[in-house]
Design a protein around this ligand. Structure first.
Ligand SMILES: Nc1ncnc2c1ncn2[C@@H]1O[C@H](COP(=O)(O)OP(=O)(O)OP(=O)(O)O)[C@@H](O)[C@H]1O
Ligand SMILES: [Mg+2]
Length: 410
């Protein structure tokens, strides 16, 4: 059995699949190696949110068991992803007086905590308070103010909140599967850790994680997260379109999409034919791959058009010269990069988790971005290590408050 203390486990509870990812931290190199992956179809979520506890617990157990088997370890505590239409990102601001006239590390905790004191409705809970920059006596844009003389310390933060009940249901599933939660992490924040480079985050970049149930967006400028949003459309909608458009069962529609789907119809020649089972399942019909693509393309177009609207609404559209990185299972489809570039009118690349070692050939797939990212987040993996370490107390405090409150509930 592996040593617990060096293992970091990410649990991506997605709408289409649940993925348990086991990372091993090498304390010498501070690098993470993925040593186990388990995936199992997800039957208990809708649009990124748990709607059936029992089904979710069962899938979690199956995914975790597979990962444990591969890694030769026992999984007890996980970093779990959260997503869905209930998630909201807002900007916040904190301000304190510097006690010793020189910024100390604990002042950073205090100032972030003061930003945390925003009024949020009783049915919502804070998931993250992420500092973007510090301001000392009006001097803005400071990344690490420790040691600087001053009187007033301010911080600009990005606050992510979610529905209390959605988070509770998520935690309930993990407890039900016999495990504890180390932290609840916004899914696109995790995916960002896995697929964005530090340079991209510094220059300005958009991440779009297009999964089965939701399409999650995160915008980074100047090395910090500035904006998070989501569009509650994903691969599931494409499956439904195909089922309707080609009169075939939903499960077949997904298979056909994954095997023969193309996001851009012009890339397919009309001569290519595929066999599509009918709804009764008795006979097959021949359909051209181009017709299939013509069902898929408008939905993919809609997803990226809605993402574009969100990017424009964010106010950061002109501040992201590094363009867009797309990830998640739905971007695997041929033609997705080309189509999204056309719709978004920005340069696009596909994001695949590559920054960690271990089972690299398995995890080099956009469906694993969130799982790998959760492990990296859990390991405190980020270009600016100092930033994470000094934030840890704050995260811990926030999490402790969440934990208390979970205990209250159960
Ligand atoms: N080869 C492929 N071609 C086309 N689509 C694919 C392929 N592989 C997976 N997909 C699609 O990707 C989607 C699943 O992606 P992903 O695993 O990122 O979603 P999820 O994490 O389960 O869902 P969400 O994040 O929305 O809750 C499904 O719609 C699936 O059909
Ligand atoms: Mg996902």
């Amino acid at each position: 059995m592996g040593k617990e203390q060096n293992l970091i486990i990410g649990l991506d509870i997605g709408t289409t699949k649940i993925c348990a990812m086991v990372g091993e931290l090498n304390p010498q190199t501070e690098e993470v190696e993925i040593i186990g992956v388990g995936t199992y179809p997800s039957f208990g979520l809708k649009r990124g949110v748990v709607v059936n506890i029992e089904n979710t617990i069962q899938s979690v157990k199956n995914a975790v068991e597979e990962a444990e088997h591969m890694a030769g370890c026992e999984i007890r505590t996980v970093f779990v992803g959260i997503a869905g239409g209930h998630i909201k990102g807002i900007s916040g601001h904190g301000m304190i007086t510097i006690r010793e006239r020189e910024v100390a590390r604990r002042d950073l905790d205090r100032v972030i905590e003061s930003a945390n004191a925003v009024l949020i409705p009783a049915d919502r809970e804070i998931i993250h308070v992420i500092p973007q920059e510090y301001i000392v006596d009006g001097q803005a844009g400071i990344k690490d103010p420790v040691g600087i003389y001053g009187i007033k310390l301010e911080t600009k933060v990005h606050i992510v909140t979610g529905q209390v009940t959605a988070a509770q249901n998520l935690v309930k599933c993990i407890h039900g599967a016999g495990m504890d939660v180390a932290d609840v992490v916004l899914e696109q924040l995790a995916s960002s850790e896995a697929v964005l480079t530090e340079d991209e985050k510094e220059i300005g970049v958009v991440l779009i994680d297009c999964g089965g149930g939701t399409t999650d967006i995160a915008i980074f400028v100047g090395g910090s997260i500035r904006y998070t949003e989501n569009v509650t459309l994903g691969g599931d909608n494409i499956d439904r379109d195909i089922a309707l458009g080609l009169s075939t069962p939903l499960a077949e529609a997904r298979k056909i999409k994954e095997k023969h789907g193309t996001a851009l119809a012009e890339l397919v020649s009309p001569e290519e034919e595929i066999e599509v089972p009918s709804v009764g399942g008795k006979h097959f019909r021949k359909v051209s791959r181009k017709d299939l693509a013509m069902v898929i393309e408008p939905r993919m177009e809609e997803i990226f058009a809605l993402a574009k609207t969100e990017i424009q609404k964010s106010g950061y559209a002109e501040l992201v010269p590094a363009g867009v990185v797309i990830t998640g299972g739905s971007v695997i489809m041929n033609g997705t990069v080309e189509l999204s570039e056309r719709v978004l009118e920005m340069p696009v690349r596909m994001g695949i988790p590559t920054a960690v070692g271990g089972l690299t050939d398995i995890i080099a797939n956009p469906v694993y971005s969130t799982g790998v990212g959760l492990v990296m987040y859990g390991a405190g993996y980020t270009g600016d290590k100092k930033l994470r370490i000094r934030d840890e107390n704050v995260f811990k405090k926030i999490f402790d408050s969440m934990k208390n409150w979970f205990q209250e509930f159960f």
